[in-house]
Design a binder for this molecule. Structure first.
Ligand code: FES
Length: 105
C-alpha cells in the first residue's frame, strides 16, 4: 500500500547536492536537488548493485560511478550503456519545508 513518507527538511538538501535516505531502514531512495527541484529515484543502480549516491551530478543527470551510465533524473531513463533499464522515479513534494515522497510500498 502506498505511503507518503517525510524524508527530512529541504534545508538539508542544498541545490546541486544529493543524499540517500532509507525507507524502513531497508529501501534506499536517492534525493537530488536539481536547480531547486527535488527528485527522488531508486538509490541503487538498475545495472548492478551499486549505491548511486557515490555517483556524480551533471545538468539534470546522474552518472553511476561504477560503469558510468548516466540517468535522466526526471524520467529515470538511462542515457548511456551499459545500463538499459530505467531507475524508478517517485513522486515528491515539498510541504512546509519538508520533503515528502510517495512510496509505492
Ligand atoms: S552499476 Fe551503475 S552502470 Fe553499472
Amino acid at each position: 500500500m502506498a505511503r507518503r513518507i517525510d524524508v527530512g527538511p529541504l534545508a538539508d538538501l542544498a541545490e546541486g547536492t544529493m543524499r540517500m535516505t532509507w525507507v524502513d531502514g531497508t529501501e534506499p531512495i536517492l534525493l537530488v536537488n536539481v536547480g531547486g527541484t527535488v527528485r527522488a529515484v531508486q538509490g541503487i543502480c538498475s545495472h548492478e548493485y551499486f549505491e548511486l549516491d557515490r555517483g556524480f551530478l551533471t545538468a539534470g543527470t546522474l552518472t553511476c560511478a561504477l560503469h558510468l551510465s548516466r540517468f535522466d533524473l526526471a524520467t529515470g531513463d538511462p542515457l548511456d550503456p551499459p545500463a538499459d533499464e530505467p531507475l524508478a522515479v517517485y513522486p515528491v513534494a515539498v510541504e512546509d519545508g519538508r520533503i515528502i515522497v510517495d512510496w509505492p510500498g
